[in-house]
Design a protein around this ligand. Structure first.
Ligand code: UGA
Length: 432
């Protein structure tokens, strides 16, 4: 059992702190946001993440987990301090490290000799060194700074924490590395110890590679659509090659969230600074922007104008099992629909309201009266919706599916018109 402090109760900090407490450590999570800390102490989770709330509650009850705004108290007894504050995007696409810097400088006066500083926030290569400098300028004590990137997917974060593929420990100090291995010793996941720069690079390169895989399959889907091939069959056949792997080959209306768009841009920026323009990644981002327009482009082709059309937008979160709408393709779609004079109304099982248009948590109500529907997120309540519902609820059942939730065979003999990604449209049986 170790005494651990986590700075930042955003997505990464809260998941990390709670899971570490669940491993038996004594964890204090610190944040400057008083309202958030009060809510957490009352057993409320600030975002939707399956399983997290009950883990917070049980660890609060066991007194292994604490939330506070008082940094001094939290840092003073800590053997290890995880930095998990945000690294938002600067205007030029680079990562803004000001929260990391101020966290480090604020804790610096209070830490004990030998305390381990662990960088969890996603940061550009070279940050570990900077953190050491920021610390050194403020204190004369010894400490080690370890880079320990996170690989938590929103919506599956608990699973990814306890059953991840690897734990990367970026440190040149073997004792620091062993200390971190000890913290994670109850998790049966392989460790990889690297130098700090390489650990930082592993995080960026992994996210950028996954984003590349998605843009690649989306490019293939466009060719498939033009040729008349079926992207689902193509992706299946590609994925059966173990060198390629089946994951992250789902064609759709693009990747969103707080990580892929931000991290790919930041890596482009890092590469630019080293004098190597990362053309491949720039293309990955361009493809993603284009992909977000796909459904509306299809609808424009189908209808000519979308002015005055009532559009049921199904799914607002950037992916299922989260209430996160950051960089969500569904939100860009709504904004563009509005520019085109349409009247969107959205359904999402978890996102309750957005500043852009009305949100209703009854999918039936959203569909009734709509001229057409557009699927943006493959929530089970959307992807499992029987096709009868569209046929019986909508004026004219026309569905644009941005996540290929249905198989084309599902439409045989049906009146619903179906447009999807990288597959031939189904025109629907004409009745009477
Ligand atoms: C991603 C990584 O998967 C995590 O390993 C990483 O730790 C995290 O970023 C981070 O840097 O914090 P996340 O953004 O939560 O996790 O979600 P993903 O499941 O990776 O999905 C990202 C986006 O890609 C979603 O919009 C999803 O719809 C899209 N996607 C994913 C596709 O369009 N096709 C696919 O085949 C897979």
């Amino acid at each position: 059992m170790r005494k651990i402090t986590v700075i930042g109760t955003g997505y990464v900090g809260l998941v990390t702190g709670t899971c570490l407490a669940n491993l038996g450590h004594e964890v204090t999570c610190v944040d400057i946001d008083e309202e958030r800390i009060d809510a957490l102490n009352d057993g409320h989770c600030p975002f939707h993440e399956p399983g997290l709330l009950s883990l917070i509650k049980s660890n609060l009850l066991e007194k292994r987990l604490r939330f506070t705004t008082i940094l001094k108290k939290a840092v003073h007894h800590a053997e290890a301090i995880f930095i998990a504050v945000g690294t938002p995007e600067n205007e030029d696409g680079s990562a803004d490290l000001s929260y990391v810097k101020s966290a480090v400088q604020n804790l610096s006066p209070y830490i004990n000799d030998g305390t381990l500083i662990i960088i969890k926030s996603t940061v550009p290569p070279g940050t570990n060194q900077k953190v050491r400098e920021w610390m050194q300028s403020d204190s004369g004590r010894t400490f080690h700074v370890v880079s320990n990137p996170e690989f938590l997917r929103e919506g599956s974060a608990l699973h990814d924490f306890f059953y991840g593929d690897r734990i990367v420990i970026g440190s040149t100090d073997n004792n620091a590395g062993r200390f971190l291995e000890d913290i994670y010793s109850k998790i049966n996941t392989p460790f990889l110890q690297t130098d700090p720069l390489s650990a930082e690079m592993i995080k960026y390169a992994s996210n950028a590679f996954l984003a590349t895989k998605i843009s690649f399959i989306n490019e293939i889907s466009s060719v498939c659509g033009d040729l008349g091939a079926d992207i689902e069959q193509v992706a299946q056949g590609m994925g059966m090659d173990s060198r390629i792997g089946e994951q992250f080959l789902r064609a759709g209306i693009g990747f969103g969230g707080s990580c892929f768009p931000k991290d790919t841009k930041a890596l482009v920026q890092v590469a630019q600074e080293t004098g190597h323009p990362f053309k491949l990644l720039s293309a990955v981002m361009d493809v993603n922007e284009r992909q977000k327009n796909l459904l509306i482009d299809k609808a424009l082709k189908r209808y000519g104008s979308l002015k005055g059309k009532h559009v049921a937008v199904l799914g607002l979160a950037f992916k299922p099992n989260t209430d996160d709408i950051r960089e969500s393709p569904g939100i860009s779609l709504i904004k563009r629909l509005q520019k085109l004079g349409s009247i969107p109304i959205a359904y999402d099982p978890v996102v309750k309201n957005i500043p852009y248009c009305a949100v209703n948590n009854s999918i039936h109500e959203v569909l009734s009266g709509a001229d057409f529907a557009m699927i943006c997120t493959e929530w089970p309540s959307i992807s499992d919706l029987p096709l009868d519902v569209y046929e019986n609820t909508m004026k004219e059942a026309v569905l644009f599916d941005g996540r290929n939730c249905y198989a084309r065979e599902d439409f045989e003999g049906r009146t619903i018109e179906y447009h999807s990604v990288g597959r031939q449209p189904y025109e629907g049986l004409i009745t009477n």
